[in-house]
Write a protein that binds this ligand. Structure first.
Ligand code: HEM
Length: 147
């Protein structure tokens, strides 16, 4: 029962994380992206990411299979590496969304951001999404290894 509850929570947290990133990508397509919305979505992404990590770690500790098998599972390590890369790729958007929000507040411009850098941030967010797809692929392989 614990294993089932953790698996459900893990999937919900993962969908939450993907939803936040997809909404960030959408918000970055607007003519004048809303800095405040982007900063809030990014905070949501951060929360979802922490939840995925905490629940994932709980699955390792208390899941049906136990930690032992995973240490020798190459797809587990591929998954951890890809998850780490998602975190690294999320640093530039987080920093720039904060900067945009601060600038928008200082100018009283109501959350508008300069057009420069928007395309670059969109690329970072899509990079994060592509890496999450790699994590999902590794997750499926990890759950079934050895084939
Ligand atoms: C964006 C990050 C993540 C995504 C998208 C993700 C996705 C998934 C998916 C889809 C499964 C189900 C695999 C299947 O049964 O076919 C799964 C299982 C699992 N995940 Fe994650 N996960 C992520 C992060 C993590 C992290 C950070 C950990 C550990 C700290 C973790 C630990 C686990 C464990 C232990 C399982 C059970 C695998 C098994 O049944 O042997 N996950 N994950």
């Amino acid at each position: 029962m614990t294993d089932l509850a953790l698996a459900i929570a893990h999937h919900i947290a993962v969908f939450g994380l993907v939803m936040m990133l997809a909404m960030e990508a959408g918000a970055l397509r607007a003519d004048r992206p809303d800095a405040s919305l982007l900063a809030r979505l990014d905070a949501g992404y951060g929360g979802a990411s922490l939840a995925v990590l905490a629940i994932g770690a709980a699955r390792l500790a208390w899941g049906a299979k136990g930690w032992d098998g995973y240490a020798e599972n190459p797809y587990f390590w591929l998954k951890m590496g890809a998850f780490l890369l998602v975190g690294i790729a999320s640093i530039p958007p987080t920093l720039i969304f904060q900067r945009w929000r601060k600038a928008a507040r200082a100018s009283g411009a109501g959350g508008e951001v300069p057009a420069s850098d928007v395309a670059r941030m969109r690329l970072w967010v899509w990079t994060e999404l592509a890496l999450v797809f790699l994590v999902v692929t590794a997750a499926a392989a990890m759950a079934r290894w050895p084939f």
